[in-house]
Design a protein around this ligand. Structure first.
Ligand SMILES: Nc1ncnc2c1ncn2[C@@H]1O[C@H](COP(=O)(O)OP(=O)(O)OP(=O)(O)O)[C@@H](O)[C@H]1O
Length: 269
């Protein structure tokens, strides 16, 4: 393993049950201090991969290495220590709607640390300042826009200064301006904190604008391409080109495998 590798996925095969393989011999490396994107269409196992890194599930084959240690789902102390080093931005933010912006960011600090109110206040305002929302601290979550909510979730994800930040679909449901703002923030937070960032997404261009490296996954949980964004942009592989350009026609099929329509309708064929 390269010493610059913070997280390594080493020939991982995983299924939630024996009937279906979700990840199929997946190998990836996430470099320290870099932003890596995991791209792929819906259902190809991207979120599952994040769950394996967080030790929620164990691979049936292969292993997940976190800073040189194999993630062992049976070792509770190790898992707690790893999760303490991980910040996670969930799909759609998952903020506490009954708490203020300030209290949402303060929440992990109150849960995991024993800090005075004035320390909490300093950290919360610093994190909110980093996402440009210090002035919104006292608003209720119901009063903020979708783009602001994502930034608040980002401030909360970095409240404990994690070494690794995992973003699950950070651009989902955002308008183009909020997408750009969020992308720049992810890059900036990565660079100012020195964290290692992983983003799972199907928004190719947003990811390419800020990622140092990207993996492309396809249905069946396989990695079909990897490289720097500029390398992937120049790929001549038809699957890669179709995904990157969002073209409807190509080797990636729109339809989930099904018998002929006529047969399903009971029509003569
Ligand atoms: N807890 C679970 N139990 C059983 N099957 C699951 C579970 N979670 C996800 N799956 C299945 O695993 C497959 C991969 O899901 P996953 O969420 O990892 O994909 P994804 O690439 O993140 O997709 P999306 O972008 O739509 O979230 C899907 O077919 C999903 O139905």
């Amino acid at each position: 393993m390269n010493s610059d590798t913070f997280i390594q996925i080493d020939h991982v095969t995983f299924g939630y049950d024996a009937s279906r393989t979700i990840l199929n011999d997946v190998s990836m490396q996430f470099a320290r201090g870099k932003v890596t994107a995991i791209l792929g269409g819906s259902g190809c196992g991207k979120t599952t991969l994040l769950r394996l890194i967080g030790g929620v599930y164990r691979p049936q084959k292969g292993r997940v290495m976190f800073d040189g240690q194999e993630v062992d789902t049976r070792n509770r102390d190790q898992l707690y220590a790893i999760r303490r080093r991980l910040g996670m931005l969930f799909q759609f933010g998952a903020l506490f709607t009954d708490l203020s912006v300030y209290e949402n960011v303060a929440f992990p600090l109150r849960e995991h640390m024993d800090l005075s109110e004035s320390m909490i206040r300093d950290i919360v305002l610093m994190k909110l300042n980093a996402v440009g929302l210090r002035g919104a601290a006292q608003l209720r979550i119901a009063e903020v826009s979708g783009g602001m909510a994502r930034r608040i979730a980002l401030a909360r994800a970095v409240a404990l200064d994690p070494e690794v930040i995992m973003y699950d679909e950070p651009f989902a449901g955002l308008d183009p301006i909020s997408m750009g703002v969020t992308a720049n923030l992810i890059r900036r937070l990565n660079d100012t904190t020195g964290a290692t960032s992983l983003m799972v997404s199907h928004d190719v261009q947003e990811c390419f604008a800020i990622a140092d490296y990207a993996y492309l996954m396809m249905p069946g949980g396989i990695v079909v391409a990897q490289g720097k964004p500029e390398e992937l942009n120049e790929s001549t592989d038809p699957q890669v080109r179709q995904f990157i350009r969002g073209e409807p026609d190509g080797p990636i099929k729109f339809h989930y495998p099904a018998p002929p329509f006529a047969e399903a309708l009971g029509l003569p064929q």
